[in-house]
Structure formats: structure tokens, C-alpha cells
Design a protein around this ligand. Structure first.
Ligand code: CTP
Length: 407
């Protein structure tokens, strides 16, 4: 049997990037031989094994043929006769289809190294279409390597367009899609992920609610970039520049979905878009089974981001309602993430990237003021049950009034 390092580990070494995961391919072996060497099988009918010590993945060289729709519709053909070249040709991109032996001799039949130099994300063969998730993968790699100057080869973009139009993307499971989306959002240039999905027509299929924002104007006084889609891309870029967590990035992507519902006669104004967008945010959240913290923050940011921007003008009673909606007393971190998303929204506008955002500290101060109310003295005064709740609220409101006057 011959063993080669493949995929991302080879690509990233050649790019001079740190290698975290190593995938191996094994040529000329049978399942029985792998088990005899102590490898542990990953799944019943999947020719992938874990190394007994390192835990790294070793896959038998295999060819795949599509037998049906979606990811379940695969048949695998793994046998000792399958060559390294046959294994590599079924992979997604040329830069991911190189192998290396233990002497670092490169096997590169599909010119991955040439494409690395040309900064091109190019599919290896028509077998690309066997797994529609690759449309999202390519967009994710485009986001990751944008800073190095990588772009998607025109013929690959065309294939991605055909796949998007074919209905195959609808067969992807929410779990597989979310894994790609969440990883892509955490890249340094997450906006490129959205741009590439849009360019091949996949955004319209996966998130029509986001796709609909392109071409929708906003008032130039607040949004010099005018286009809502362009605004979303800038907000995502700001979120990455400020190293925001996934929850914030997801909320940034979805916060303005309501603007896609505004009747054209009302453009460029978007009255009540915060509220109108909630059902769309919920739908996208559920479509990808986003984790609960991402879902929650997206809904809250969708509903209240304008409150964030107007923080200094809000009446104490409205401020209190805002803080209550976030349950800021028990969930201080979530309120911090809300403030961060609002700030990214404010900065993700053409020419306003460097603006200051005094609302952030003001909101933090308001939260501290409301949190400073001690319950014990009210208990001592004899308040109980709903009356205690009302008394706490009154005290918090008083504290917020004092805070507003003092700032
Ligand atoms: N692969 C593929 N099609 C997929 C998934 C994976 O062709 N849908 C192949 C590629 O050759 C890829 C390798 O399997 O390089 C390993 O996949 P994975 O570990 O998911 O990705 P990496 O390329 O290692 O990238 P990352 O750095 O994002 O983990």
C-alpha cells in the first residue's frame, strides 16, 4: 500500500499557510488490510478510517459515481486497483487535488500548482457536479483566499451557475450548508462568500431574502452607498475587520432583510423594515438550523438595530423596554453582541467606516445603571410577586432617568 497526504494540507503547505488538518489517501489497500493494521472505520459503508494513534483520516483511493439526488445519492467504488490519479480527478478544485508522498514528492496531474500561482479556483473535472455543496465550498475558499488575490475561474463559475439552476442545491441538508456558511462568515473577507454565491445564482436559491436586497435603494443621507446589498457586504466586511464572533456576523447578514419587502413606491425609505423583516429572519434561521445563539441575536438585532442607532434620543421608558427585551440582567454578553452588530451596521456605509459610535458606550452605561438596582431593599420593604417586579421596574426607570440627565 502507498500512502499520500492530500487536499488542504498540500495546498496550504504550498501557500505557506499553517496546516491544521491532514487528510491521507491510501492506494493499493483493502478494507481488511486497514483493519488488520489497527485503523478504525469511520462509517459502515464509507472507505474512510482513523489512524489508531494520530486520529487523522485515511481514505482508500476511490471513484464516485452519482446514483441519485443529493448527498445520499452516492455509490462508492473503492478497490486496490483505483489509482491516485483516479482518486484526485473526482475532487473539487485543482488546488485541492494534489498529493504528496513522505519525501514531499508532488503528484499534480491536474495542475493545481499552476492554478495556485495563477491564483485561480478551478474545478478539476465535470465530476465537480457530483456534490452540490462544492458551490458553497468554492465561495468559501474565495472568501478565505481573496486577500491573496484568488478568484473563481470563469468556467468554474459557469458550472456553479448550472448547478444552482438545476435544483440540486435544494437537496443539501441544513447541517452541511450551515457548516459551510458559518465557516465562510468567519473568514477575513466574508463578503466575498456572498458575492460569489450571488454571481453564480446560488444566493437566490439559498437565501433569496438576502439576494433581494441587491438593487434596493436606501436614503443617501444615511447610506452613501445607496444599494442595500452593497451595505450588507460592507457591514460583513466591518464585522470581520473588527473580529466579531459568528453570532454578530450572522446578525449583520440578516439585519435588514425587511428592506427587501418595501414596495417600490416607498423607496428609498423603509418604514418599519425592522419589524417586517422578522418573519424573513426566522425563515432563514430555520432553513439552515442555525444554532440558537445565532438565531436569537439575529432576531433581536433585526428588531432593535434602529433603537441602537437612536440610543441617545430614546426616552428612559423606551431604553428600559430595550434592556428588558434583551434580558440584559441575566444575558449581558448578548447585549454586548447587539451593540457590536449595531456598530458594524453604522460603519458598514460608504465613507463612514471610521466614524465614531458614541451609542455603544451610552448603551453600556444604561445597562449598568439599570443593573445597579438592588432587589434586597425592595424585599425588605415587603414587595412580593408581581408587585416586586413592578417596583424593580420603577427603580430601574428612575435610574435610567438619572443616567440620561447626567450624560
Ligand atoms: N473534497 C472534495 N469535495 C468535497 C469535500 C472535500 O473534493 N465536497 C476533497 C478536496 O480534495 C479537499 C479534501 O477532500 O481538499 C479534504 O476536504 P476538507 O477537509 O473538507 O477540506 P480542505 O481542503 O482540507 O479545506 P479546509 O482547509 O477548509 O479544511
Amino acid at each position: 500500500m502507498r500512502i499520500y497526504k492530500v487536499g488542504g494540507a498540500v495546498r496550504d503547505r504550498l501557500l505557506g499557510k499553517p496546516v491544521t488538518d491532514i487528510d491521507w489517501v491510501v492506494v493499493g489497500a483493502t478494507t481488511e488490510e486497514m483493519l488488520a493494521k489497527g485503523f478504525r472505520p469511520v462509517g459502515a459503508d464509507f472507505p474512510v478510517f482513523l489512524h489508531p494513534k494520530s486520529g487523522e483520516e485515511y481514505a482508500l483511493a476511490r471513484t464516485e459515481r452519482k446514483s441519485g439526488r443529493g448527498y445520499g445519492g452516492f455509490t462508492f467504488h473503492a478497490s486496490p486497483e483505483v489509482t491516485l490519479e483516479e482518486d484526485l480527478i473526482r475532487r473539487d478544485l485543482t488546488i485541492n487535488a494534489m498529493a504528496e508522498d513522505d519525501q514531499q514528492n508532488l503528484t499534480d496531474p491536474y495542475h493545481g500548482q499552476r492554478d495556485l500561482e495563477a491564483r485561480l479556483l478551478r474545478h478539476v473535472s465535470p465530476a465537480f457536479a457530483e456534490d452540490p455543496l462544492r458551490v458553497l465550498r468554492v465561495a468559501r475558499f474565495a472568501a478565505r483566499y481573496a486577500a491573496l488575490g484568488f478568484t473563481v475561474a470563469p468556467e468554474t463559475l459557469e458550472l456553479m451557475r448550472q448547478l444552482s439552476e438545476s435544483g440540486e442545491l435544494e437537496a443539501l441538508t441544513p447541517e452541511r450548508s450551515w457548516k459551510e456558511i458559518s465557516r465562510a462568515l468567519m473568514e477575513d473577507q466574508p463578503q466575498v462568500f456572498i458575492e460569489v454565491l450571488r454571481a453564480c445564482g446560488a444566493l437566490k436559491v439559498l437565501m433569496p431574502e438576502v439576494d433581494a436586497l441587491f438593487g434596493v435603494p436606501q436614503p443617501p443621507a444615511h447610506h452613501p452607498e445607496i444599494d442595500t446589498g452593497a451595505h450588507i457586504l460592507s457591514v460583513l466586511q466591518q464585522a470581520a475587520l473588527h473580529k466579531q464572533p459568528l453570532t454578530v456576523r450572522w446578525a449583520c447578514l440578516l439585519h435588514d432583510l425587511g428592506k427587501g419587502l418595501t414596495p417600490e413606491e416607498e423607496w428609498p425609505r423603509h418604514i418599519a423594515h425592522e419589524f417586517k423583516g422578522l418573519k424573513l429572519i426566522k425563515a432563514v434561521n430555520e432553513r439552515f438550523k442555525a444554532p440558537r445563539d445565532c438565531q436569537e441575536l439575529a432576531m433581536l438585532v433585526g428588531e432593535y438595530h434602529t433603537h441602537g442607532h437612536r440610543a441617545l434620543e430614546l426616552k428612559p421608558s423606551t431604553l428600559l423596554e430595550l434592556l428588558q427585551s434583551f434580558d440584559v440582567y441575566r444575558r449581558p454578553q448578548r447585549f454586548e453582541e447587539f451593540i457590536a452588530a449595531c456598530e458594524m451596521d453604522a460603519r458598514g456605509r460608504e465613507g463612514l467606516e471610521q466614524r465614531s459610535y458614541p451609542q455603544a458606550d451610552y448603551l453600556r452605561g444604561a445597562a449598568t445603571a439599570a443593573r445597579s438596582i438592588a432587589v434586597q431593599p425592595l424585599l425588605e420593604k415587603g414587595f412580593k410577586g408581581p408587585e416586586l417586579g413592578e417596583a424593580i421596574k420603577r427603580e430601574r426607570l428612575k435610574a435610567l432617568k438619572a443616567y440620561k440627565e447626567q450624560v
